[in-house]
Design a protein around this ligand. Sequence first.
Ligand code: NDP
Length: 246
Amino acid sequence: MSIDLNGRLALVTGASRGIGYFLSLELAKRGAHVIAVARTVGGLEELDDEIRALGGSATLVPLDLTDMPGIDRLGGSIHERWGKLDILVANAGVLGTIAPLGHVEAKTFEKVMNVNVTGTWRLIRSVDPLLRQSDAGRAIVLSSGVAHSARAFWAPYAASKAAIEVMARSWAEETRNMKLRVNSVNPGATRTAMRAQAVPGEDPETLPHPRDVAVKIVALADPALDVTGQLFDVRQGRFLNYRLPD
Ligand code: NDP
């Protein structure tokens, strides 16, 4: 709990459940005001209640990350109300279907790419100027181990995660000389709805709770962090540098 986020403004996508929900709580516990984005209003309200019970505060933004004009407007709204953003957690994502690549339906592939890649990019574009204005801007992009290890039947999701991870690294290079720090994170298998959809036969009790995963990821929001353009692996508890020599 040594990270002090008092006075910090954090935007978390996919805050209605799973990893994003608990990450929002961890950020609020450390003093950040959380802008919580997702489609499910009930989940956001539950989060709001929990944050208030901790003595924190949140702003709820029901938004579908396929609503590109809505994402574009979000940056402007944050600018008008707060004039800056300190922390972005690009966490929302969808799995699509686990199926042989040749059997994936076009609409499923497009949805995975739309939410995980295009929506994430569009959000980055919307808030990038605000993050650059912060004296300790931090961006955390949720990736996955499958972006690195080929797994049969997971191709669209894996490709989307590889795409946003490389996008995050490119963004980190663009901002290397600024105060913004951009890193990806592989949370590892975590007890959430997405994992249950991906591996239905698995006993969820064997997996880490998203609360425990969130406690580790929140370290990437630390104003004192001086790492950018890397992948943090939660299970190993360290940054992995996948960069090949130029
Ligand atoms: P969940 O399915 O539990 O939660 C996903 C979140 O994303 C929900 O809050 C959901 O909110 C939001 N979301 C999905 N689609 C949209 C949309 N169109 N617009 C806005 N929000 C949306 O997933 P996890 O918590 O498991 O995953 C969080 C992140 O971690 C994801 O990026 C995932 O790829 C990654 N990850 C997870 C792993 C795991 O084992 N759980 C392992 C590796 C990576 P709502 O439906 O209310 O809109």
